[in-house]
Design a protein around this ligand. Structure first.
Ligand SMILES: Nc1nc2c(c(=O)[nH]1)N[C@H]1C(S)=C(S)[C@@H](COP(=O)(O)OP(=O)(O)OC[C@H]3O[C@@H](n4cnc5c(=O)[nH]c(N)nc54)[C@H](O)[C@@H]3O)O[C@H]1N2
Ligand SMILES: Nc1nc2c(c(=O)[nH]1)N[C@H]1C(S)=C(S)[C@@H](COP(=O)(O)OP(=O)(O)OC[C@H]3O[C@@H](n4cnc5c(=O)[nH]c(N)nc54)[C@H](O)[C@@H]3O)O[C@H]1N2
Ligand code: SF4
Ligand SMILES: [Mo]
Length: 697
């Protein structure tokens, strides 16, 4: 269906943890060398556009600092003293270490730990096959999506939404809590189409005048953690001024009368006092979308990284229902379409071997787990061995001081499989060198759009680099694990998985380059009903039911019955007068790309944005060295004066390597690892801190 590419261009997909999942064309210059990367023009979502950091990906693949041999620790933990060893010896030692931990305290003392450094299904999720086969501790994955997905599912009952390409038929586009220009640039392609074709205004809701808000027609600048108040104020006006679609709600919602009564006291003035947006702006926004029910709400993750994030997400998702937006072409919402693919991952994850009685440990609470917190360990044995792929917790996990204490334990055996030296691999006993996406085969599924894409191996890896699948197969063999998938190639696993999932075959995907899995429009708009037995959207969520799915059971008893401002955020107080978010930096992707020269040069140095009127009385000028602190620790960086942020709010664009900060403490030193209801998660944008100028600045 798509014409074959002309050499040296080869088709692939972006492997990174980004909702865009771009269809890429990579120049292959010789069997070991890649050149420039382009967005595929024929892909209707990518539409030829990719971000700058991936366009220059050759810099990451051919980085002289890449890991190309296995490393064995020779000095004290964290001293960064290693010697190179052969890859077979390294795998022998890794298997011996895991087996020794198992022999001492049982299989649950081994914790395979991973995330989404690559989003490929084979190379990301294969670690679970080894886990289940060995009955190692399970991972309860919370760091990115637990808060926002809990909030979205609470109303809709399933994790799907609009096809993003429908945006071009929208009368208004609301970008809520996503810095799309930075984090998923393709959203802008489609939003701008709507603006050009139909004069649709673009609205941005965020905590600072970021790159996305700068492009928006309407700017709503909220205080961090107060989006539910804004949403309630807007819904109050929709009901009050005759914009609520009562017929739609009567058919598709659980309790519109209850919601309306509840919102009676949530006036724009009430909302304004909480969220900081002037009441007149709240009314104007309500009237704007009230007059344009075909409004597309593109709802991001950022505003849900707050302790009340699930409640906030649910509140925002009530808006399109009150508006009857779902009933209009171009109207409704998209948070993620990840729930629509229906993968059968038995072959990849070894789900046939999974024993649900094995304990599951909270990814975001890795610090508490490693420092022996009995509740975090769920009453089981200590974790004495870690096998880490695809993630960099010593940098990205909250409550960093505790995480570091855990990793420093002499009785902890840590294997890190990585592409580059990271804060985490520096704490390892054994480092294994990993391939990059152009060096292994995988299949990718988009979250923010509707395609499945193939990412074939295009060039040979350097040195001893192994793919995740190869490392897992090597360990399985040494540990005597028997599961047929370990003997398969990554290509065979892709083929099996596509077939089992009813998505054709590897050969077909190779020909087609991608499969568009878009739902039929009726289903995308929930015209067949929301994902509950009665088909009705829940204005009144079953939070307790949601919390029951958390390993060990979550406590939702204090959660509000209807959408509301839930005052459980880390409020500023006299000792910690500022609210701080750790919003994403344009040239990094989480902790990735912090190892590339261009990324570092463009981001300059770790910094924190502060309003000039907040800065002046503290003796802080532009570029002053400052320290941010709270009960969890202190972080050093430099101030940037910026009036596009509310008074009392600080923005530290992240995530820099810990070592980029003056005393090696990264931004997550300040973030908390308590598990917010109903399902846990990392409230990394919800921090109260104090700031002071450093004398030596
Ligand atoms: N303060 C703060 N903290 C945050 C966030 C924030 O906004 N602020 N964001 C949070 C979010 S949303 C997330 S998702 C997490 C993400 O945090 P991480 O999971 O750490 O994120 P990444 O940087 O995407 O990937 C981690 C590592 O995977 C490695 N990797 C990539 N591909 C492969 C591969 O094929 N094999 C192997 N073995 N390794 C590979 C990369 O080199 C990289 O070092 O961070 C969270 N932490
Ligand atoms: N360049 C770049 N791209 C990335 C990433 C990256 O680190 N850098 N990370 C990738 C990953 S893993 C993910 S999950 C996605 C996430 O992408 P997004 O969905 O965009 O989510 P976040 O990056 O957490 O934050 C988005 C915005 O939310 C804002 N925000 C924080 N608190 C609040 C609040 O209380 N209310 C409101 N309204 N806004 C708030 C932040 O300031 C930020 O501008 O992006 C991916 N893409
Ligand atoms: S926008 Fe996202 S998916 Fe696209 S190339 Fe950049 S990181 Fe990859
Ligand atoms: Mo994420």
């Amino acid at each position: 269906m798509n014409a074959p590419l002309k050499p040296p261009r080869r088709a692939t997909a972006c492997p990174h943890d980004c909702p865009s999942t771009c269809a890429l064309e990579v120049e292959v210059l010789d069997p070991r060398t890649m050149g420039r990367v382009y967005g595929a023009a024929e892909n209707s979502y990518t539409a030829g556009v990719i971000c700058a950091k991936v366009a220059r990906y050759a810099e990451r693949v051919h980085n002289p600092d890449r890991l190309t041999t296995a490393l064995l620790r020779t000095g004290p933990k964290g001293s960064n003293q290693f010697r190179a060893i052969g890859i077979e010896e390294a795998l022998d030692r890794a298997a011996e270490g895991l087996a020794a931990a198992e022999a001492r305290h049982g299989a649950e003392s081994v914790w395979p730990y991973y995330y989404a450094g690559t989003m490929g299904l084979v190379q990301r999720d294969g670690i679970n096959r080894l886990r289940h086969a060995k009955r190692y501790s399970d991972q309860y994955s919370t760091i990115c999506t637990a808060l926002s997905w809990a909030g979205y599912k609470a109303g809709h009952g399933r994790m799907t939404g609009l096809d993003p390409r429908e945006m071009e038929r929208s009368d208004c586009v609301v970008l809520w809590g996503t810095n799309a220009v930075v984090t998923q640039v393709n959203v802008m392609t489609h939003a701008v189409k709507a603006r050009k074709a139909r004069g649709a205004p673009i609205v941005a809701v965020d905590v600072y005048d970021n790159a996305t808000m700068k492009q928006a027609d309407v700017k709503l600048l909220v205080r961090p953690g107060t989006d539910a108040a804004l949403a309630c104020g807007v819904m109050h006006v929709l009901f009050r001024d005759g914009f609520a679609d009562r017929a739609y709600m009567a058919r598709y919602a659980d309790d519109p009368a209850g919601l309306e009564a509840h919102l009676a006291s949530r006036t724009p003035e009430w909302a304004s006092a909480i969220c900081g947006v002037p009441a007149a702006d709240i009314v104007a926004f309500a009237h704007l979308i009230g007059a344009r029910p075909a409004t597309f709400f593109r709802i991001g993750y950022g505003f849900a990284r707050q302790r009340n994030g699930a409640v906030a997400m649910h509140a925002v998702t009530c808006l399109p229902v009150v508006l009857g937006a779902w009933d209009r072409e171009g109207g409704g919402a998209l948070h993620t379409n990840s729930g629509m693919f229906g993968w059968d991952k038995r072959a990849i994850e070894g789900l046939d071997l999974r024993d649900p009685s094995v304990r599951s440990l909270d990814q975001s609470r890795i610090g508490a787990v490693l420092t022996g917190d009995a509740a975090a360990l769920r009453g089981g044995p200590p974790v004495t061995a870690l096998l880490i792929q695809n993630t960099n917790p010593v940098s990205v996990a909250p409550d960093q001081e505790v995480v570091k204490r855990g990793f420093a334990r002499e009785d902890l055996f840590t294997v890190v499989h990585e592409q580059v030296m990271t804060d985490t691999s520096r704490m390892a006993d054994l480092v294994l060198p990993a391939t990059m996406f152009v060096e292994h085969d995988d299949v990718y599924q988009a979250g923010g759009q509707t395609h499945i894409l193939l990412g074939p191996k295009l060039i040979e890896p350097p040195g001893d680099c192994l793919s995740n699948h190869e490392v897992l197969a090597g360990l399985a063999r040494r540990l005597g694990v028997d599961h047929p998938s370990f003997a398969l190639s990554a290509r065979d696993l892709i083929d099996d998985t596509l077939r089992a999932s009813g998505r054709g075959s590897l050969a077909a995907l190779e020909d087609a380059r991608w499969i568009d899995c878009a739902q039929d429009p009726g289903r995308a708009h929930f015209r067949d009903g929301f994902g509950w037995p009665d088909g009705r959207f829940r204005f009144r969520p079953d939070w307790a039911g949601a919390a029951a799915a958390m390993p060990g059971g979550g406590d939702a008893s204090a959660m509000p019955a209807f959408p509301d401002h839930w005052a459980v955020i880390e409020e500023a107080d006299a000792a910690h007068p500022f609210r701080m978010t750790t919003s994403p930096a344009r040239n990094f992707l989480n902790s990735s790309f912090t190892e590339t020269r261009t990324g570092l040069a463009k981001e300059e140095r770790p910094s924190v944005m502060i309003h000039p009127e907040d800065a002046a009385p503290l003796g802080i000028g532009d570029g002053t060295a400052v320290e941010l602190s709270n009960a969890r620790g202190a972080v050093r960086l430099h101030a940037k004066l910026f009036d596009g942020v509310r008074r009392g709010v600080l923005i530290a664009e992240s995530i820099w390597p810990n070592g980029a900060h003056a005393d090696g403490r990264g931004i997550n030193t300040l973030t908390g690892a308590d598990a917010p209801p109903p399902l846990g998660g990392a409230a990394v944008h919800d921090n109260a801190v104090t700031i002071r100028a450093l004398a030596d600045g």
